[in-house]
Write a protein that binds this ligand. Structure first.
Ligand SMILES: [Fe+2]
Length: 262
């Protein structure tokens, strides 16, 4: 399975255009939250309409999976906790989202919402527990926040990750967790786009300006992951025995789809 991971596009429409154009080269495109930008001058409802239109067009080209991030919360639930109500409308297009799971070949995706209070946090725990009992060869979580105290949550000054996620990773040992949220991690000394916690791979593409988002390409057959930003392109073998040391890429690796344009 070939997967394109981006996150934190924050209503950067040129970056949505790039993802839309690249989508056919992948079995699945994952956008790991923060589709909207709460600091934008564009009204939030207008942003939602535009992003839903992009996602509808994207899923006509390939399988798409999206979760919510902290910028995506547009409603309050019965417990007065914030959540992303609008993102549930992607289900109309066949896009699995918050609290859904998806089976692709023998890979199970568990798509977790951003939680803003204890009740929603407990629901995420129940969702993960429920999916832990399903049969799967590989288990991939989509989760906006990175784990705390990981290079993937290092902002350059402090860790900005989720301590609860660290506990869930230790308990359930998923194959991969695809995250975003801490934009600077891959670009900072001491930070990274990739981490390995026990048997679990964690990937955070980070955020950059410009028409091409920082992105990660995963190939579960070739067992490789590649991170591309405007500064550098790096690759790592998904080999649990190898040291966690991404290497610079100077020419496109053979496992990359020919349609790739980074
Ligand atoms: Fe963000």
């Amino acid at each position: 399975m070939k997967c394109l991971l981006v996150s934190d596009l924050h209503y950067t429409l040129k970056q949505f255009d790039w993802v839309l154009q690249q989508a056919p080269a992948y079995d699945v495109v994952v956008i790991a939250g923060d589709h909207l930008d709460i600091a934008s001058v564009v009204d939030l409802q207008a942003q939602i309409t535009v992003i839903l239109s992009y996602l509808k067009r994207m899923c006509a080209k390939t399988r798409v999976v999206v979760c919510s991030g902290n910028h995506d919360l547009d409603a309050r639930d019965f417990h007065d906790e914030k959540y992303a109500r609008w993102i549930l409308r992607t289900r109309q297009f066949g896009i699995p989202t918050d609290e859904d799971s998806l089976e692709l070949e023998d890979i199970l995706f568990t798509i977790c919402p951003w939680w803003d209070g204890p009740k929603r946090c407990a629901r995420v725990g129940e969702q993960i527990e429920r999916d832990s009992r399903k049969t799967k060869a590989q288990w991939i979580w989509i989760y906006h926040a990175p784990p705390d105290a990981s290079p993937t949550s290092w902002s350059g000054r402090r860790y900005g990750g989720d301590a609860q996620l660290v506990e869930w990773i230790a308990r359930f040992a998923p194959s991969m967790v695809l995250v975003g949220h801490v934009h600077q991690s891959p670009f900072q000394q001491g930070g990274s786009w990739v981490d390995r916690i026990g048997a679990t791979w964690v990937f955070n593409p980070g955020r950059q300006l410009g028409p091409v988002p920082a992105h990660i390409i995963l190939d579960t057959q070739a067992r490789r992951a590649l991170w591309a930003s405007c500064e550098v392109v790096e690759e790592i073998a998904l080999d649990a025995m190898a040291p966690l040391r991404p290497s610079p890429v100077r020419e496109a690796p053979a496992w990359l789809d020919k349609r790739y344009c980074g």
